[in-house]
Each structure stands twice: as C-alpha cells, then as structure tokens.
Write a protein that binds this ligand. Structure first.
Ligand code: NAD
Ligand code: MG
Length: 393
C-alpha cells in the first residue's frame, strides 16, 4: 500500500506535536510533505528532521535565517513568510492537518481543500468564520473535511452508518474549564495564569483560556451547526466535568449514541489520520469500574454569556461568525496583555457584534475569503477601540 502523504499546518503547537507523535510511530505508513510553524523554528526543524519532511515554512519572514541554519546539512528545503506558507499549502499532500490557532488557519485550509486534499480540521475558527465557504470549497474540489475537535470527532463517529434524517439532536459536552464553579465576582478578578490552567485537557494557551470563558464551547456549537448542517435549536451543551463522554447523538427513536474516551487529543487526531480505517492508538483504555460515576449538569449562560452570543451569531448568519471570532481573538489578546478583565471579553464581543449588526449587511453578505478577512479586520479594529475604552483600572 502506498504511504499517505501528509502535511501539518501548525506543527509546533499542541495539536501539531500530538500529530507528529502519531506519525513518528508509523513511518512505514506516512510520508511527510510539508510542515509549517511560527516562532519556534528550533522545534520545527527538529520535527522536520525526525519525520524526513520535504519542505518546511515558518510564518515569520524574520525567522527564515534561523530556520535555514537549524536545517543545515539536512537537505530539507525551507522558506519563511507568506509566500513560503503558500508553497507549503500548494505541495501535494493528500492528507493535511489544519492546526494553526485562530483565523490565520483559514487561508491555508482553503488552499488545501482547493487542491482536493483531505483536511483534518482542528482549526475550528475556519468553520466559525467561514463555514459555508469551507464546505462549498470542499464540495467543488471533491475534497474531504474531517473533524479533529474531540466533540466533533465523537459526533462524526456516532453518526457513521446512521441515517442523517433520523438525527434529532446533538449534545456536545464541556468540562466547564478552569472556572466551572467560580462566581462572576471571582471571574472578574481572574488572571491569565488562572484561566490557562485546564482541569482535564493539555492544550494551547489560547484554547485553554477560551475553555474557561466558554468561548471555546460557543465556537464548537457554531462548528457543529456548520459541519453537520444541523439546526441550532437541535444542538445542546452539557457540562460534564470528567471529560470522558465527548458528545452524544440523539436519534428519532430515542436512542442516544455516546462517544467515550480519555481526554487525549491523540484519539481524535489518530481517528482522522487513519480514517476510514481504525488502527491501534497509544491512548489510555478507560476503566469505567474504577472511574465509578460520571456527572452532568446544564451550562450557566448567565455566568458564561459566550454561549448565548453563539446562538445570536448563528441566527444572524453570514459574516457574523467572522466578526464574533475576530472580536473574541482581539479580546483575548487584551486579556493576555492585562488590558481587559476576564469577564469583559464577552462584553467586548457583544459590543462589536452590536455595532456591526446595527450597520446592517452582515447577515446576508455573500461569503468570499476577501470579505471574511475584511470583516475580521474591522471587528479586530472595533474590538481594540472598545477595549481602549474599558482599560483595567
Ligand atoms: P497552539 O497555540 O499550541 O499551536 C498553534 C500553532 O499555530 C503553532 O504551531 C503556531 O506556531 C502556529 N501559529 C500561530 N499563529 C500563527 C500564524 N499567525 N500563522 C501561522 N501559524 C501560526 O494551538 P493548539 O492548542 O494546538 O490549537 C490549534 C488549533 O486546534 C486551534 O484552532 C484550536 O482551537 C484547535 N484545537 C486544539 C485542541 C487542543 O487540544 N490543543 C483541541 C481541539 C481543537
Ligand atoms: Mg473541543
């Protein structure tokens, strides 16, 4: 059997490192075409040498010399800056991991889809910003989109072999993040360090803080709506502190298909890597007798307004998701820079959405990469202005 030709966008991040780990365990099954990363060129070069990659790119032009130096003698081609990122996306991998964080992951993912590749999508922001564009691009190029977010991988697995028309509801679970039981007053004083401590999952800093604010779950609700084409009122969020049940699909006959597994992203990554086959993965096997019990609770949309905002964004549609995501990314930058309180992130996002909705035209705008990026840029600019008006005293 020929080896699957793989590229990884965002190889040096949390998802990227886990993807490299799985590929390195089965070199006879995979051939690595291109790896991309950001500032950590030392790790990027080490990964490229380990996997025998053909091409490596860093997003940052000023890191080009350091990357070339780290790869000296390896014979591996490399580049830096936007043109090199385009070249990485253009190289002919047939399976691509989209693991850049933020809206920056949208364009390379679209480029891979345009080539007809299978895109394993960890970058949920692509679907939040431009779900219709991603799906249309995939359909036009006969490309395949596979979910990597653990909840969406779980739903995908629970749906396999089932008639889509029989799906009544999709339930995605949420650990509740670092502040599951904190009051609004406590969260108001929360620091980035406290927000970046996740109880169950080890992930990148930004998604971990988004988990604490429930912005991550709110984006995942939109991701569910876009990916599975299911009405927003059929999507539920369930708080489940153990993070062992990742999602449930409810069918018209009352059956609920639940997906369980350890909180280890190598399951969802490996499922996409091996799809449509299944291969052994180095993840813990759950001992439910030892675990004993699982807990579930309804989410609190008063303490976590992001969940309510996601529903408003889905109802408005069009470019609203791009605005929502960009305002959230800018608000998170403000929180990380200690210019904004934790609880003010949702206030900023709500304000930017209100401003841009009141101007009109967002909901029914046709979607192209250019107008998604324009809405993204305007939302970031407006969020910056709102943040400047709310600076932490
Ligand atoms: P991370 O911050 O650990 O890694 C991000 C990667 O993107 C790094 O390789 C970084 O160099 C690269 N990058 C950052 N900014 C870039 C830019 N402007 N241009 C090009 N490359 C850039 O993030 P992560 O936790 O691995 O998450 C990656 C994506 O996967 C996110 O969309 C996240 O929501 C999603 N996701 C992550 C997890 C997880 O367990 N970490 C789970 C589900 C979904
Ligand atoms: Mg998730």
């Amino acid at each position: 059997m020929s080896r699957r030709r793989i590229s990884i966008f965002g190889a040096t991040g949390s998802i990227g490192v886990n993807t490299v780990d799985l590929i390195a365990r089965a070199p006879e099954r995979f051939e690595v075409v291109a790896l991309t990363g950001g500032h950590n060129v030392a790790l990027l070069a080490e990964q490229a040498r380990q996997l025998g990659a053909q091409f490596v790119a860093t997003a940052h032009a000023e890191q080009g010399a350091a990357l070339a130096e780290a790869l000296a003698g390896s014979g591996i081609a490399c580049g830096a800056g936007p043109a090199a990122m385009d070249e990485a996306a253009a190289r002919d991998a047939d399976w691509v991991m989209s693991a850049i964080v933020g809206a920056a992951g949208l364009k390379p993912g679209l480029q891979a889809l345009e080539r007809g590749a299978t895109l394993a999508l960890a970058n949920k922001e692509s679907l939040v910003c431009a779900g219709a564009l991603m799906l249309q691009t995939a359909a036009r190029a006969n490309a395949t989109l596979l979910p990597v977010d653990s909840e969406h991988s779980a739903v995908f697995q629970a749906l396999t072999g089932e008639p889509r028309g029989a799906v009544e509801r999709i339930v995605i679970t949420a650990s509740g993040g670092a502040f599951r039981d904190w009051s609004h007053a406590q969260m108001r004083e929360a620091t980035p360090e406290q927000a970046a401590a996740h109880p169950n999952w080890s992930m990148g800093q930004r998604i971990t803080i988004d988990s604490a604010s429930m912005f991550n779950k709110s984006m995942e609700v939109i991701e569910t709506h876009e990916f599975f084409g299911i009405d927003p009122d059929r999507i539920e969020v369930l708080v489940h502190p153990e993070s062992l049940v990742h999602a449930l699909v409810g069918f018209s006959d009352g059956a609920l298909m639940a997906h369980l597994g350890p909180p280890d992203m190598r399951h969802a990554i490996g499922y996409a890597l091996n799809w449509p086959e299944r291969h052994p993965l180095p993840v813990e096997r759950l001992d439910l007798a030892r675990i004993g019990s699982l807990n579930f609770a309804a989410p609190d949309e008063t303490r976590f307004p992001a969940l309510r905002l996601a529903r408003e964004v889905m109802a408005a549609g069009g470019l609203s998701g791009a605005v929502f995501n960009a305002a959230k990314e800018r608000a998170l930058d403000g929180f990380l820079a200690r210019q904004l309180r934790f609880t003010d992130m949702s206030v900023v996002v709500e304000e930017v959405l209100a401003q841009m909705w009141s101007r009109g035209g967002l909901g029914n705008a046709a979607m192209s990469l250019d107008n998604v990026l324009a809405a993204d840029a305007e939302a970031r600019r407006r969020a910056g202005e709102v943040i400047a008006g709310r600076q932490v005293a």
